[in-house]
Design a protein around this ligand. Structure first.
Ligand code: ZN
Length: 354
C-alpha cells in the first residue's frame, strides 16, 4: 500500500512530537532537608534530621522515586508541606539508631497503615544488628518490627481494625519490608529501582552507623549522617570519616551532620568532649569536600542551631551562631564549592540550572 503525502507528513509529525517529548523529559532529582535539628534538643520548631531524595523527570516534577533518609521528629509535617504523601515513599534508610534520626517513623508508619494498608509495603533499609563492645546491641530490625507495639498495647490498633478490616492485622509494622546489610569499609549496593542506585558504607558514630550514596542519571548525593572519624578523639588527621570521603568522591551533593568548632573542649561550652568528637566539624567537612571534589556541601543537624543561645543545657561561647559563622568555618578550609547552611525544606535540584 502506498502512503499518501498527507500520511507521510502525519507520521513525520508524530515522530517529531515523540522526539520533542523524549528530549524534554530530562532526568532530574531533588534533595530536600526534611529536618535540620541536631540531637534530641528542641529549637524553634525545627524538625529532626532527615533528607528526602526524589528522582524522575520534569513530567513528574522529578518525583517518580521518593527516598527518605532518616526520619527525625516532625518528618511527617515537613513531607506534608512538600505535598509528599507517606503512602508514596519507596524506601526509608536509617543512618543509625538514635531517636533524633528515627522517632518520626512512628507517625509515618501509623499514617501509612491507616490509609495505605492495601500496599505497597515500604522498604526500610538499615544496618544489621550491631553489637557494641560495651555489651549492648543496636537493632534497626527490632526497632522497626516493634514500631506499632505501643499502639497495639493501647488497644488503638484493635479498635481501628474493628472499624476497617482492610487494615493489616499486625499494625504498622506489617507494612514494612526490612532490608538489613552489613556496613563495611567499601561501598555496597543496598537498594535499586530503575535508574536509581543506593550504596552504603560503614562509618563511625555509634555501632551500626552507615552513610549512603544515591546515584542517578541526573546526579549523585551522599547522606553522611552523624559520621565521624574512626579515631574517636585527637590526635587524628580530621574529625571526618575516611569512609564518607571515599563515598563522596565526585558527588554533586554531600548532606552531612555538622558541629561548629565553637562547641569544642577548648572553648569552654561544657559540651561533653566525647560527643563533640564523634561528630564532624564544619571546617573539616569543608576540607573533605574539597579533597573529594564535592560540588555542594549541605550542612544539616546543626549543633548548635542557628540563632540558639544554647545547645540543650550548654551555652554557646560568644553567643548564638548565624549562617555566616558556619560558612566562615567551611571557607577557612579552602573549599570553593557551594555551601548551604541547612534549614528545614531547603532544596537542591540536579542537574544544576535545571
Ligand atoms: Zn544525631
Amino acid at each position: 500500500m502506498k502512503l499518501s503525502m498527507l500520511n507521510l507528513c502525519a507520521i513525520a509529525g508524530i515522530g517529531l512530537a515523540l522526539s520533542v517529548s523524549a528530549a524534554a523529559a530530562e532526568p532530574c532529582m531533588k534533595v530536600t532537608l526534611t529536618g535540620t535539628q541536631g540531637g534530641p534538643p528542641l529549637f524553634n520548631g525545627q524538625a529532626g534530621a532527615g533528607t528526602l531524595v526524589q528522582y524522575g523527570d520534569e513530567t513528574n516534577g522529578c518525583s517518580a522515586v521518593k527516598l527518605q533518609f532518616d526520619t527525625g521528629r516532625g518528618t511527617n509535617m515537613r513531607l506534608s508541606q512538600m505535598k509528599v504523601p507517606v503512602g508514596k515513599i519507596d524506601a526509608i534508610f536509617f543512618t543509625h539508631m538514635h531517636s533524633d534520626h528515627t522517632e518520626g517513623l512512628h507517625d509515618i508508619l501509623q499514617l501509612r497503615w491507616h490509609f495505605n494498608s492495601g500496599g505497597p509495603k515500604v522498604d526500610v533499609v538499615c544496618s544489621d544488628d550491631a553489637k557494641s563492645p560495651l555489651g549492648h546491641t543496636l537493632s534497626c530490625s527490632r526497632y522497626v518490627t516493634h514500631i506499632g507495639d505501643s499502639l497495639i498495647e493501647s488497644g488503638e490498633i484493635a479498635q481501628r481494625l474493628a472499624e476497617n478490616k482492610k487494615r493489616l492485622a499486625g499494625g504498622p509494622a506489617d507494612l514494612v519490608n526490612v532490608m538489613t546489610f552489613a556496613p563495611g569499609g567499601e561501598p555496597v549496593e543496598v537498594w535499586q529501582k530503575g535508574d536509581v542506585k543506593v550504596s552504603a558504607i560503614g562509618s563511625r558514630h555509634i555501632p551500626g552507623h552507615a552513610s549512603y550514596r544515591v546515584d542517578t542519571p541526573a546526579g549523585s548525593v551522599v547522606v553522611g549522617g552523624d559520621a565521624g572519624n574512626d579515631k574517636p578523639a585527637p590526635p587524628r588527621s580530621s574529625s571526618t570519616s575516611e569512609q564518607v570521603e571515599k563515598l563522596a568522591a565526585g558527588a554533586d551533593v554531600l548532606v552531612h551532620s555538622t558541629i561548629h568548632p565553637v562547641m569544642g573542649p577548648d572553648k569552654d561550652s561544657g559540651f561533653p568532649p566525647p560527643i563533640y568528637f564523634r561528630q564532624s566539624n564544619a571546617a573539616d567537612l569543608g576540607a573533605l569536600s574539597k579533597r573529594a571534589g564535592v560540588k555542594n556541601l549541605v550542612l544539616t543537624h546543626l549543633i548548635p542551631p542557628m540563632g540558639a543561645a544554647k545547645q540543650g543545657p550548654y551555652p554557646i561561647p560568644g553567643g548564638a551562631l548565624d549562617e555566616a559563622a558556619y560558612k566562615d568555618a567551611v571557607s577557612a578550609s579552602g573549599f570553593e564549592g557551594n555551601t548551604v547552611v541547612g534549614t528545614d525544606l531547603v532544596t537542591i535540584t540536579l542537574p544544576e540550572g535545571s
